[in-house]
Ligand binder design. Structure first.
Ligand code: ZN
Length: 228
């Protein structure tokens, strides 16, 4: 009986610890129907697969993984960012705070504007999505974001990242947060989910507003060598 009582306590404890989850989804499909000559690759939206890969790759270090479609690309370190028209002033301010965090690294350079097709860009957006609840538990999706690699081959060859980062304003208390914007912008820049809680790329919001050493190393890997 004592043993059963202990088991019950543990189960309840875990339930309490994990109920208020704010997670994100991988990016929603983006339409590029008219750009026939360009090769568009999309991020694998399979969260579980990515998490398994992350765990296998990062057993002994605190490395933050890089989204597979961004690996071994020659991407410029400069990004032009703009907001969708329905982004509120408060959400804009949160996104701007996230931009500042990445600019402070000196590794990437995010500047306001739309850029051209061959330049890197980030679109900040908001969306409203109510999550279904099951068994009394609601997994809140706080946002989504990711890279979108555009590659032109031939005489006019270039590779650019036309990325998106968004917050789910159906849950403003969970989503309109600097830590969430930093996470989604991290996806946009090519960072994948980390298994380490000190990383801004941990899949469940920890309130982190400072990049970990692993996060910074991953940015250096993508943008640090030979990037313009
Ligand atoms: Zn995420």
């Amino acid at each position: 009986m004592r043993y059963q009582g202990w088991l019950t306590w543990v189960t309840l404890g875990l339930a309490v610890a994990f109920v208020p989850m704010a997670v994100d989804s991988k990016p929603a499909p983006i339409q590029f129907g008219s750009q026939i000559n360009q090769l568009v690759e999309r991020v694998d939206p399979n969260f579980n697969k990515t998490t398994q890969q992350t765990q296998q790759r990062a057993i002994s270090t605190n490395e933050t993984p890089i989204e597979s479609i961004v690996q071994n690309r020659q991407l410029s370190r400069t990004y032009y960012y703009h907001f969708d028209t329905n982004v509120s002033a408060s959400a804009k301010a949160v996104f701007e705070n996230a931009v500042a965090v990445y600019n402070q690294t000196g590794i990437v350079k995010l500047v306001p504007g739309t850029g051209t097709d061959r330049q890197n860009s980030i679109t900040f957006f908001v969306y409203s999505k109510q999550m279904p609840s099951s068994g009394g538990t609601t997994m809140i999706e706080s946002g989504h974001g990711g890279p979108q690699i555009i590659q032109q081959t031939g005489w006019n060859a270039y590779t650019a990242n036309h990325a998106r980062a968004g917050l789910n304003v159906y849950y403003p208390a969970a989503a309109i947060r600097k830590s969430v914007a930093i996470h989604e912008l991290g996806h946009a820049l090519g960072l994948d989910h980390s298994r380490y809680r000190n990383s801004v790329m941990y899949p469940v919001d920890q309130g982190n507003t400072a990049l970990s050493a692993g996060d910074i190393n991953a940015l250096k890997t993508i943008y640090g060598t030979g990037a313009k």
